[in-house]
Design a protein around this ligand. Structure first.
Ligand SMILES: C[S@@+](CC[C@H](N)C(=O)[O-])C[C@H]1O[C@@H](n2cnc3c(N)ncnc32)[C@H](O)[C@@H]1O
Length: 207
């Protein structure tokens, strides 16, 4: 797992940026959520742009991120727009305070690829516990075909730390299938960007 201080600094340095809804959030909404309502948990929500998008679409959103700077900026934006949604400063690898079957949606953009295999499996089992059956898990992570795959020190299979201390766990489609045994996978697709970045975009329904 990445040191929390790394993100405190990153969020401070990028003050005033990253406040726009992402393409992945729009993709999820228009393809899988448009006709639905319910509670959504945004894991590693950062400054909350996607959380706010889902809130504005009528979902009851809880954002969670371990960076107090990220959540501080998220709350400033909420104040500016006079909206309120729950934004928690919390490490997503720790047990969650929610009851079982609480959420219709769990969403995470660029949030689930900082963890070891063991941390990830434990986290996903907790995610599964707090999700309703037939709820949707939606996430975007870096793929093993990304341009930066293999750079830096290898921490474990498909996981590397670069010179700046930035850790990334790159996912293959097979790895997604291994992780999501409690889920019916709806999409598990690679998205390639012309600059060489490659992502896996995953939507899965809890069995
Ligand atoms: C690349 S940012 C993505 C933020 C947001 N989802 C977005 O798409 O703009 C990754 C986020 O993951 C958060 N993060 C990393 N490890 C975490 C952990 N163990 N628990 C909670 N948040 C974590 C960081 O603080 C950071 O805000």
């Amino acid at each position: 797992m990445l040191d929390k201080q790394f993100w405190e600094t990153k969020h401070k340095e990028s003050y005033g940026r990253y406040h726009k809804v992402t393409e992945f959030a729009r993709f999820c909404y228009y393809n899988f959520m448009k006709d639905k309502k319910g509670k959504l948990l945004d894991l590693c929500c950062g400054k909350g742009a996607d959380s706010i998008f889902f809130h504005n679409k009528g979902f009851i959103v809880t954002g969670m991120d371990y960076s107090s700077e990220g959540i501080k900026q998220f709350n400033e934006t909420q104040k500016r727009y006079d909206i309120f949604l729950t934004a928690l400063v919390k490490d997503i690898t720790e047990p969650m305070q929610f009851e079982a079957d609480s959420f219709n949606f769990v969403y995470s953009r660029a949030g689930l690829y900082y963890f070891t295999d063991e941390e990830l499996k434990k986290t996903l089992s907790e995610v599964s516990r707090v999700m309703k059956s037939e709820g949707l898990l939606m996430f975007q992570v870096k793929s093993v075909n990304d341009k930066d795959y293999g750079k830096g020190k290898e921490l474990e299979k498909d996981m590397y730390e670069d010179e700046s201390g930035y850790v990334r766990h790159y996912f293959s489609k097979d790895y997604v299938e291994e992780l999501l045994k409690d889920f019916h996978i709806v999409i598990n697709e690679e998205r390639n960007i012309p600059n060489g970045s490659a992502y896996l975009e995953v939507v899965a329904e809890k069995k």
